[in-house]
Design a protein around this ligand. Structure first.
Ligand SMILES: [Zn+2]
Length: 546
C-alpha cells in the first residue's frame, strides 16, 4: 500500500482501541469465509451473515474467538450487533464485548476436524467499510481493511497469519456494480416485493488463501473495461463512469508491469487483476486481485505507474506470501517498493533506479532523525499505522538493493523466486527469507541482515583521497563516524575518473572498522574520485580531496 495522506487522528485512535492484534492460530485456523452482505440506500446499516469454516488444531479448544467491533466499543453508536451464532442450525452461546466475539463450542473435537459456524449480525460500520459519497456525489461502499480494520464489518481472525479463502455474496440496490476478490460467479437482478425495489445479487469467489487485510468488496456505479488477458488472467479497469476515458487510459501500464513481475517471480497468484478507482484512505491499497486506488491517485499520471507497479508487486509479496507478523511488514512494503524500482530500471534504465534510490535515501535519513531507535524489523512499535514509515518501505527496499549487490543479479532473482515458491499462499518472517538467500548464495548472511534490519540507523562516512604523482599512488581514508556505537561491515565501490574517459575505473574497498586507509597504484593521474559512484550503499557521507 502507499500512503497518500498524513496519518489521520482516527487512525491513531482506533489502534489504541485494539492494541496489538494477537493471533490465536495455534488452537484453530480459519480456512474459508463466505460473507453474505446486504447493503441499502436507505441506511448505512449493513446486514451480514458470515459462514466461517474453521480447522481445529488443538482438540482442547473450548472457545473460538473472532474479532468483531461491538456497538459498546465502537464510535458514536456504530459497530456490529450479533443476532445469532449457529453450528449446523443449532444456536451456540456467545459473548460479544471488547471487540471480541467468543463462541462456546461445547463439544469434544478431533485434531484436524473442520467445523462450520454462521454468525448473523448487523450494524453501521465505524470504519473498515467506507460508506461515503464519491467525488461526483454518488453513494459508494468500499472495504478498506489494512491493517486490522476488517473487524469493523467482518467477523474474522483479523491477523495476517490466519489466511483463508473467501467469498462475497452481496445484495445491493440494482443500480450498483460490485467488485470483490476472485472470480465472478453470479450477477442476478431480483425484485424485492416488500420494498418494491430492484436488487442485484453479486457473488465473487476467491479460491486462494489471503490475509483479512486484503479481503474486500467495492460497490459503486462503475464503468468497466475488460482490457486484455495476460496468460489467461483477465485485466479489468473499474472507474467511476465520469472518469471513464481518463481512468481507462491511466491504468494502461498494468499489462507491462504484470508481464515483468510474472517473468521474474513466477505466475501471477490470482484469477484476475482488477484496477479499481475507490474511496480508499490510502493512495493505493493492494487488495488481492482487485487493487483499490484513491480518487486522486488515478489522476496523478506521472506517479501512477510507480504506484501501479508497487501494488501489483504486492500480489506476490504481501498477499500471496504474507509476513507472519506485523513486525516483519517490510517483507511486504520493502519488497513492493524495491520491485517497483526494479520495474523502472527494466523499463527506463539504470539512471531512473539510481534517482529513486537517492530520493529514498533522503527519506530514510529524515526518518532516522525523527525516530533514531526504530529498526526495520520492528517489534517495538505497537501502533500498526506507525509501521507505515521509511524503514518498512524505503530502508527495506534499500536493503534488498544491497543484498542484490552482495549476491549478484542472477542469484538475487533466483532467491526471490525460491522464497516466493516456498512460502506462497502462506506466511514467512525475516529469518525464513534470510535462510533462502543463504541457501541460494552459499553465503552466511546473518551479520549482514542483522546490521541493516535489527539495528537502527545507517553508516555516516567521512573520507578523503589524495594522489601522489611521483609514486602514482592513490590514498583513500575512510572513517565511520555515525553516532550509534555500531560499526558496519561495508563493501564500497570507488570510481576513479580519468580525463576524456566517460566511465570510471571501479575498485572495491572493504570497510570493516572505525578507520581504514587504502592505497592503490594507478597508471596515470586521476581527474577525480567518487565514492559509491553506482549507488550501491545506504550511507550518508562526505568525501573530499586533500
Ligand atoms: Zn505497499
Amino acid at each position: 500500500m502507499i500512503k497518500l495522506y498524513p496519518l489521520l487522528p482516527w487512525m491513531l485512535s482506533c489502534l489504541s482501541l485494539y492494541g496489538f492484534a494477537q493471533v490465536e492460530t495455534k488452537l484453530y485456523d480459519v480456512e474459508h469465509y463466505t460473507f453474505h452482505i446486504e447493503i441499502s440506500d436507505r441506511t448505512d446499516k449493513i446486514n451480514g451473515l458470515a459462514e466461517i469454516f474453521v480447522k481445529i488444531n488443538d482438540p482442547k479448544t473450548q472457545t473460538l474467538t473472532l474479532d468483531l467491533v461491538d456497538i459498546a466499543s465502537g464510535l458514536d453508536g456504530k459497530g456490529m450487533h450479533v443476532k445469532s451464532v449457529k453450528k449446523k442450525g443449532r444456536s451456540l452461546s456467545y459473548n460479544h464485548k471488547d471487540n471480541k466475539l467468543s463462541i462456546a463450542l461445547n463439544e469434544t473435537l478431533e485434531p484436524g476436524q473442520m467445523i462450520s459456524l454462521s454468525v448473523a449480525y448487523a450494524g453501521i460500520p465505524a470504519d473498515g467499510l467506507i460508506i461515503d459519497e464519491n467525488k461526483y456525489g454518488d453513494r459508494t461502499f468500499f472495504g478498506d481493511n489494512w491493517p486490522d480494520r476488517a473487524r469493523h464489518w467482518l467477523p474474522t481472525v483479523d491477523h495476517p497469519a490466519d489466511k483463508a479463502t473467501c467469498e462475497f455474496i452481496v445484495t445491493a440496490p440494482a443500480h450498483y456494480q460490485v467488485i470483490a476478490n476472485g472470480m465472478l460467479r453470479e450477477e442476478s437482478n431480483l425484485l424485492d416485493f416488500k420494498n418494491r425495489e430492484e436488487l442485484k445479487v453479486t457473488h465473487w469467489v476467491n479460491r486462494i488463501p489471503i490475509p483479512t487485510k486484503v479481503m474486500v468488496m467495492g460497490v459503486a456505479r462503475f464503468a468497466v473495461l475488460h482490457a486484455e488477458q495476460h496468460h489467461h488472467i483477465p485485466i479489468q479497469y473499474w472507474v467511476y463512469p465520469e472518469d471513464r476515458e481518463a481512468g481507462f487510459s491511466a491504468f494502461e501500464p498494468s499489462a507491462n508491469i504484470l508481464q515483468f513481475f510474472s517473468t521474474k517471480l513466477g505466475p501471477y497468484p490470482y484469477d484476475k487483476l482488477a484496477q479499481v478507482e475507490s474511496k480508499t484512505n490510502y493512495g493505493g491499497m493492494e487488495n488481492a486481485s482487485n487493487i483499490f486506488y484513491s480518487e486522486e491517485a488515478i489522476h496523478t499520471r506521472n506517479k501512477l505507474e510507480a504506484l501501479i507497479a508497487h501494488e501489483i508487486a504486492h500480489q506476490w509479496f504481501g498477499n500471496s506470501l504474507t509476513e507472519s507478523d506485523w513486525s516483519h511488514v517490510w517483507l511486504s512494503e520493502g519488497f513492493a517498493t524495491y520491485l517497483s524500482h526494479l520495474y523502472f530500471e527494466h523499463t527506463y534504465g539504470r539512471d531512473s533506479l539510481a534517482a529513486l534510490l537517492k530520493e529514498d535515501k533522503e527519506r530514510i535519513f529524515a526518518f532516522h532523525l525523527k525516530s533514531p531507535e526504530t529498526t526495520v524489523v520492528d517489534t517495538a512499535t505497537h501502533n500498526l499505522f506507525k509501521l507505515l514509515n521509511a524503514n518498512s518501505y524505503q530502508k527495506g527496499s534499500w536493503f534488498l538493493h544491497m543484498l542484490r549487490s552482495k549476491t549478484g543479479d542472477d542469484l538475487f532473482w533466483k532467491g526471490l523466486r525460491l522464497y516466493y515458491q516456498r512460502y506462497k499462499e502462506s506466511n514467512a518472517n525475516t529469518e525464513d527469507f534470510r535462510k533462502i538467500m543463504e541457501e541460494v548464495s552459499g553465503q552466511n548472511l546473518a551479520a549482514f541482515f542483522n546490521q541493516w534490519l535489527n539495528k537502527p540507523g545507517h553508516p555516516y562516512i567521512t573520507g578523503s583521497w589524495k594522489y601522489n604523482g611521483f609514486g602514482k599512488k592513490l590514498t583513500i581514508s575512510l572513517d565511520q563516524s555515525q553516532q550509534t556505537n555500531q560499526l558496519y561491515d561495508l563493501e564500497i565501490q570507488v570510481g576513479i575518473y580519468y580525463k576524456n574517459v566517460s566511465q570510471p575505473e571501479i575498485r572495491t574497498i572493504h570497510l570493516d572498522g572505525k578507520h581504514k586507509t587504502y592505497e592503490f597504484k594507478l597508471k596515470k593521474s586521476p581527474q577525480h574520485i567518487v565514492l559509491d559512484p553506482n549507488t550501491w550503499v545506504l550511507m550518508d557521507f562526505v568525501f573530499v580531496e586533500t
